[in-house]
Ligand binder design. Structure first.
Ligand code: SAH
Length: 211
């Protein structure tokens, strides 16, 4: 159930469902998603579904991780990526295999502790993480070439947009709990953004403060 065969099947499914970036498909094929979830759920690790990770949170559906990563990479490889919502750490680990530097912020300390342990076990040294309210971004490390939010609010917090480089790319779910859209915003270099809608999605809410 956690074999290479199961991962290969997931990679085929992602392709069938429209993921085109081969780098992203290869990274997902090679990332042990079962390491990011409770043992009781290991048999479902390579299904294309979101799964619970405790504290009322979820590890995102592989297709969503692939689509968001692909959308961030479309205009070139970002050097510095900021993720809001570390959760299990899976999306950060996928990003760390396609970009040189990943910064990730999580408001629930226990989830962050477990994610850090996974980063160490996988030998990834290019992820920095922080326990904080991600609505504030990570000002000391700004600007970022790419920003990804893995929790949905009704708008992108201003502090986060301010930390995107002038030609940077941001991908995020936006909307109410019952109706969310995955959007991409791209800086035009003049201080404005080009916004596109990519897909209908379902994420846990972006909350304020630390947990
Ligand atoms: N990227 C994660 C998905 C986790 S679900 C993964 O690959 O597993 C979204 C996460 O966002 C949850 O862990 C939740 O606690 C976190 N979150 C919600 N609001 C936040 C905020 N304001 N700052 C930081 N993290 C937040």
């Amino acid at each position: 159930m956690t074999s290479q065969r199961a991962r290969d099947r997931l990679a085929v499914k992602l392709k069938e469902e429209g993921i085109r970036d081969q780098r992203v498909i290869d990274v997902i094929r090679n990332t042990p998603r079962h390491h990011f979830i409770d043992q009781a759920l290991h048999s479902r690790a390579y299904e294309n579904t979101a799964l619970p990770i405790g504290h009322g949170q979820t590890i995102s559906q592989p297709w969503v991780v692939a689509r968001m990563t692909e959308a961030l990479l479309e205009f070139g490889t970002p050097q510095k990526v900021l993720e809001i919502g570390t959760g299990s750490g899976y999306q950060a680990v996928v990003l760390a295999q396609v970009a040189p530097q990943v910064f990730t912020v999580e408001r629930i300390e226990e989830l962050l502790r477990q994610a850090r342990r996974r980063f160490r076990q996988l030998g990834l040294t290019n992820i920095r993480s922080r326990h904080d309210d991600g609505k504030l971004g990570w000002a000391d490390e700004a600007p970022f070439d790419a920003i990804i939010l893995t929790a949905a609010g009704d708008a992108i917090p201003h502090a986060i947009l301010d930390q995107l480089s002038p030609t940077g790319v941001l991908v995020a779910p936006v909307g109410s709990p019952s109706s969310q859209t995955l959007i991409r915003m791209r800086g035009d270099g003049q201080g404005d953004f080009i916004q596109e809608e990519l897909a209908a999605v379902s994420f846990v809410p972006l909350l304020g403060g630390i947990g």
